[in-house]
Design a protein around this ligand. Sequence first.
Ligand code: BDP
Length: 695
Amino acid sequence: EDGYDLWLRYKPIESAAQRQSRSFATQIAGQTETPTLRAAAAELSRGLAGMLGTAPTVSGSVTSDGAVLLGTPTSSSEIAALKLGLDRVGDEGYVLRSTTVNGRRATVVAARSDVGVLYGAFHLLRLFQTRASLDNLDVVESPRVQFRILNHWDNLDGTVERGYSGASLWDWHKLPDYLDPRYTDYARANASLGINATVLTNVNANATALTAPYLDKAAALAGVLRPYGIRVFLTARFSAPIEIGGLKTADPLDPAVAAWWKTKVAEIYRHIPDFGGFLVKANSEGQPGPQDYGRSHADGANMLADALAPHRGVVMWRAFVYSHEEPDDRAKQAYSEFVPLDGKFRDNVLLQVKNGAIDFQPREPFHPLFGAMPKTPLMMEFQITKEYLGFATHLVYLAPMYRETLDADTWRKGKGSTVEKVVDGSLHGYRRTGIAGVANIGADRNWSGSHFDQANWYAFGRLAWNPSLSSEAIAEEWTRMTFSNEPAVVEPVVQMMLRSREAAVDYMTPLGLHHLMGRGHHYGPGPWVEGGPRADWTSVYYHRADARGIGFDRTATGSNAIAQYAPEVAAEFGDLKRCPEKFLLWFHHVPWDYRVQSRRTLWDELVVTYTRGVQSVGDMRKTWSTLTPYVDSGRHAQVAAFLTIQEKEAQWWRDASIAYFKTFSKRPLPKGFAEPAHSLDYYKALEFPHAPGHH
Ligand code: BDP
């Protein structure tokens, strides 16, 4: 196996259990005349045939015991007659119910909409795939979040910004005439998770994507994705009116500019009638934006929102901003710029906020914007591609990281005001909600660059549908579907996955350290990085190590970034004694001899933690090596090889970091801990020869 089939492998169920499973899927019943219902029936056929060894018969209505009846009250009078109370599942939800139809035992997959039926079909398949009970089903599901959207950072030339899985999936050259079958498999995989939207193009946008030939290509893709409930979005380069419109300005308050966008948007909708809208990165890292004309982010977003409103499109405006002038603390900038704009955005604007205030680090405290803009729908932006987490060769399961942010308490409306409630809209009563994930999908056979990185795509999708799911439950589902239902596999693999993120934090950036990676490509350790165009693109800016200690003082004696949190949170983070140790050096500059919870000195604790990270990877490698009998050799070998790379590089991170920070701490390593294998100069001189994903 090469991983192409993802979690939709549909391998035969062990023979002992197959007969039992078959009795729940003798027949696929229902009228499936729309493209989406056809896709649902086709997926059921394919999945059940694979797992049961024989394809169920197909019938317009239920005629045998063990039928699966699928449809909506419109497509099926049998479903209409069942009175399933479908109103409660909304436009995308579904019901799975064991019942009797025409005197026959049946499992019903029903929804108000076709796409709900499709999602329900995938859920039913998942029950088969994970060997869950199929008796007495009474499942009622609906998504908690409205826009469950992937952000592809894909360029029109086929490269992918921060993508580690080969070239872009979109073959712009052959579109619109050739529709690679992979597009359909991509749609199936996303629909299996309930992902309902995708941004095809990079946030560092190219206006060419909005020209007629490219709109034809995007429309062709939209045509493939539509039956699977996926709407297409594009990134809008703010200066497009100049670059492709021949205007002299892109000033959002200039009537000619607004008119240009209105016309352009109307043209897009002629190509793609259900176009979702724009994702915009403006006035950030050199991208053009409204501030170039002395206008605010709200002026820019609202102008685009007005163009999209007649077509029911939305703007996802990113809050990841930082200006040309260096701020005293980059972590503070988004909050400072956007909080004053709360309530100033049109109805069809969502503000897309990264989970933390710096940039997708292995660990960041939650972004202070969450909870601070009650009148503006804030959507979450997670990164699925592992830009700062060892690319595709390091095994890091990201659900625990996503969970950590969603579970964080903003305290904005008292205890329990979690980020999860901000994002699902319940805390502030947002009318629109969304979760975006920066995709890790590329043209590699296994889609994500490694087998375990598929789990991060999977976990993102499952959490976008239901942001309360546990990391463990998601890992278990995924492992069962991707590798095996054998307890000898499920248990150790889930444990490995659950520990993996903490392991990476330990060997890369323990105790709240951040932004210490190699310059530019962001691979490997670079705590010594300094100089260059901006201080906040260096490592020394973030760790601030000196003879006294290490860490970024963000309390009142420093940048006072803690003041951007609710008083209860600020009090906790700002107090050296109360600050969670995992964020210690994020918020405090701490003396080397400070005693942490373990009673070790900070310096000793750092060394211990780096070392533990390396050991954890060694443990993962050993665990994986015991699974040879259970996992096909192709996938087993690749994971094993990648774990070997990861262990070597975890050691590199540890040794290089210790060699460097030692020059400040000037303290010996604790007893029994090995000195770095090489000198600091050796590590500094290492050049990472070729890093994908950085253009
Ligand atoms: C950073 C990436 C950069 C992206 C930027 C963004 O290094 O490539 O363009 O974020 O989110 O993480 O816009």
